[in-house]
Design a protein around this ligand. Structure first.
Ligand SMILES: Nc1ncnc2c1ncn2[C@@H]1O[C@H](COP(=O)(O)OP(=O)(O)OP(=O)(O)O)[C@@H](O)[C@H]1O
Ligand SMILES: [Mg+2]
Length: 363
């Protein structure tokens, strides 16, 4: 089978319905997204107004088509998806298709605005949560310091009372936990700007593994590691990427049964992106928890804050990368992190012109 031309593959890949219509408004082409809607109105030969908005749209579209034939500007409408406004809306746009100076038909696109509205609302909600949390975290810092100092003074003054000792220990442990929460919230709510530089993310793993060696050894966990070969070349903020990797490794170490193996495999994908997969055994993440593991404050651990993965996702997205967790019974959990690769460096050739040492590969 001959491959489709690039233009057609691009049209099919767009998450937007694209139609071509003739001068009478009959559909002559629909891209794959539209065809997959499986809607009788999107069929070839049907009227475009039936496909995009029902009979109510006929007059408006016919007027727009007439105006476009006279050289008028492209038109767009925001239409409700159904009679209930809560179902969201879609954006319909129409533009002329020309052969030379003559208008021979129209291109019509429809975009579902509901998904982007939902994403924006979720972002605003999270920003509001982060704002309140960081405010509270900031105010908690000083009293926590006060509680911890007072408890230590008590421990110093009352040396031989086991009950006091036990309870002071408890106070200090809880203060430590709250301090971790406060630090996490401040990191989440007031992110440092990213300072990216070309680097190898596997080199960041080297340092993280070294810093967490004690934690792995204390649980008798053996880490099997495969590095990307040749090394990846990405634009990274090594400090912030290290925070992501520490969170992932700590989560894996917490979940893995003592004495088991962790595997860490990095590779460079054909498009130059760096991918690493960290796998641990142990109980799988329940199906109702898995879709929410990146939510702020979601934790299933007694001493957890639920900030770890939310922070990871924010940092990874700032790097234009992706992060995902898979978990299945008897297979444990795998975290997959992908960061885009930088284009290959260009080396000057004999003519002095720069040329790519390998095809430029970007995500
Ligand atoms: N590798 C893993 N294996 C099993 N469960 C995991 C793994 N990583 C994350 N989880 C689940 O996802 C939840 C959220 O993880 P996250 O790192 O955000 O918070 P946490 O580890 O509970 O607390 P902290 O803020 O201290 O990191 C965890 O409580 C755990 O239930
Ligand atoms: Mg964690």
């Amino acid at each position: 089978m001959r491959p489709l031309p690039l233009e057609r593959r691009v049209l099919d890949a767009l998450p937007v319905t694209v139609y071509a219509v003739d001068l009478e408004g009959r559909i002559t082409f629909v891209n794959r997204t539209g065809a997959q809607r499986g809607d009788e109105h999107t069929a070839l030969g049907g009227a475009i107004w039936d496909a995009v908005g029902g009979p109510g749209m006929r007059l408006q579209l016919e007027q727009a088509m007439a105006a476009l034939r006279q050289g008028g500007a492209a038109a767009s409408w925001e239409l409700p998806l159904s009679s209930s406004a809560a179902d969201g809306a879609h954006l319909v746009q129409i533009a002329p298709l020309r052969e030379g100076q003559t208008v021979t038909g129209y291109a019509v696109t429809t975009v579902d605005l509901a998904a982007s509205h939902r994403a924006r609302e979720e972002k605003q909600r999270l920003a509001a949560v982060a704002d309140v949390s960081t405010g509270v975290a900031h105010e908690l810092r000083n009293p926590l310091f006060g509680i911890s100092s007072a408890a230590q003074l008590l421990r110093f003054r009352v040396k031989d009372d086991p009950v006091v000792e036990k309870n002071v220990g408890r106070i200090l442990r809880e203060v430590d936990r709250l301090n971790a929460l406060v630090t996490g919230l401040l990191e989440y709510g007031r992110p440092d700007p990213l300072h990216r530089a070309p680097g190898d993310p596997d080199a960041v793993w080297d340092e993280v593994i070294e810093s967490q060696r004690g934690r792995l050894e204390s649980r008798a966990l053996l880490l099997h590691r495969t590095r990307a070969e040749p090394p990846a070349h990405c634009a990274i903020d090594a400090g912030q990427l290290a925070q992501v990797l520490v969170n992932l490794l700590v989560n894996a170490a917490d979940a893995a049964p003592p004495g088991t193996d962790l595997t860490l495999q990095s590779s460079v994908l054909p498009n130059g992106a760096w991918r690493c997969r960290l796998h641990n055994g142990g109980a799988e993440i329940p199906a109702d928890v898995l879709p929410r593991v990146f939510d702020l404050f979601l934790t299933t651990k007694a001493g957890g804050t639920g900030i770890g993965l939310a922070l990871c996702r924010r940092i990874v997205e700032q790097h234009d990368g992706t992060i995902a967790l898979e978990s299945a019974p008897e297979h444990g959990t795998t975290a997959t992190l992908v960061l885009p690769g930088l284009p290959h460096r260009r080396a000057p050739d004999a003519s002095g012109k720069a040329h790519a040492t390998a095809p430029d590969a970007m995500l």
